[in-house]
Design a protein around this ligand. Structure first.
Ligand code: TXA
Ligand code: MG
Length: 346
């Protein structure tokens, strides 16, 4: 467990077996690294109070040191024990958000307690916390008296994993174990919100939208713009991310899609746009990869990263993501991830 690059075998554990939960907890107590399911994506867990264990995560993920990690906790008390909230307004905001959205896909950032190792916060004076809405992860957390740092369980720059298979694609032999909890229910990472006495800022869109957050708080939430999410506000938003290993990845509209229908390009497309194009032009070539996802953004989000990993089956081809004609704010998190998945060509 201590020689990260010498891990011969990543232990496969089944989340529905109590012994597996205990084994995962024991590995974590000894400073190991275990991939755990959550409702959003799989996370790479380690003891949030142990610098050496956290360092293993950075190494396994090849993650830049200044990109901070989310501390996952079992209850609100544990979350509050990690934060240094010194004004009533911030505390009220924390209470409203945690009451409404926890356990769930919302990460709250506020001033950090000194006891949190700097390696976890990437040197920032704030900390990110959330309670995952996933019984398997909560069972593991309940066996522990420390929080778990849990970045997504993928090597940096690659799409986040939403099944054990995805975790093993980039993490096999790099981590001690993976707890198989099946496919993640949401499939897109948590919304990340920062609160202090002045502002409430949505740093990363997720399945909980700005409108829902504003309704809960009865206050304005500022949406961080891309150029505001550079260092040091939310380091993870400024890196190359979520990128499938294909020749190039690009988002296009349906009109543009027509000219590629008979090309070898891989495409990701929604059901009804696919039906319309197929009706107009007929079948695509069998050898071209066509991944059809739901028209519903919730379902689309669930299968987004799976589709990006699938596109890697045609590593030498260009990937085109054909956006539906009509998209409402429920697509925001998906478009955010796709923008970054497409920002780089291998
Ligand atoms: O749904 C999720 O949030 C998943 C699951 C496993 O819980 N975790 C996840 O972690 O997505 P990660 O490390 O891949 O993304 C965490 C994001 C990064 O963009 C990071 O920069 C940001 O949260 N973050 C963490 N702490 C921060 C802080 N103190 N200030 C600003 N941004 C922070
Ligand atoms: Mg990530």
């Amino acid at each position: 467990m201590d020689k990260l690059n010498n891990i011969n075998n990543t232990l496969r554990l089944k989340a529905n077996e109590h012994n597996s939960i205990l084994t995962a907890a024991n590995i974590l107590k000894k400073g190991g690294v275990v991939a755990l399911p959550t409702e959003t994506v799989y996370g790479l867990a380690a003891n949030g109070f142990c610098e050496a264990a956290i360092a293993r995560i950075f190494k396994a993920k090849k993650r830049p040191n200044n990109n901070p990690l989310i501390l996952h906790v079992k209850n609100k008390e544990q979350a509050l024990s990690l934060l240094d909230i010194d004004c009533k307004l911030t505390l009220d905001r924390f209470k409203k958000l945690s009451q409404k959205f926890w356990p769930g896909p919302l990460t709250i950032i506020a001033k950090a307690q000194q006891k949190i190792p700097k390696i976890a916060t990437g040197g920032l004076d704030t900390a990110a916390v959330r309670i995952p809405d996933c019984k398997e992860s909560l069972r593991v957390l309940n066996e522990l008296d420390f929080p778990l740092v849990m970045p997504s369980a993928n090597v940096s720059t690659r799409p986040s994993p939403t099944s054990m298979k995805h975790v093993l694609l980039t993490m096999d032999h790099r981590i001690d174990a993976v707890l198989d909890g099946g496919h993640c229910r949401i499939g897109v990472e948590s919304s990340v919100i920062r609160i202090d006495c002045k502002n409430i800022t949505l740093l990363r869109p997720g399945s909980i939208g700005k409108d829902e957050l504003e309704k809960c708080l009865n206050e304005e939430v500022i949406q961080a713009k891309n150029n505001e999410t550079q260092l040091p506000i939310s380091p993870g938003c400024s890196y190359l991310h979520y990128s499938p290993k294909v020749k190039s990845a690009r988002m296009i509209n349906v009109d543009e899609a027509k000219k590629y229908w008979f090309e070898k390009h891989s495409i990701i497309i929604t059901n009804s746009e696919f039906d319309k194009l197929k009706e107009q032009f007929g079948n695509r070539d069998n050898s071209a990869l066509t991944i059809v996802l739901s028209d519903d953004p919730i379902n689309f989000g669930q299968h987004l990263y799976g589709a990006l990993y699938k596109s890697e089956e045609k590593i030498n081809n260009d990937l085109l993501i054909i956006l539906p004609r009509i998209m409402d704010s429920r697509w925001n998190a998906i478009i955010d991830r796709l923008n970054r998945a497409c920002s780089h060509n291998f």
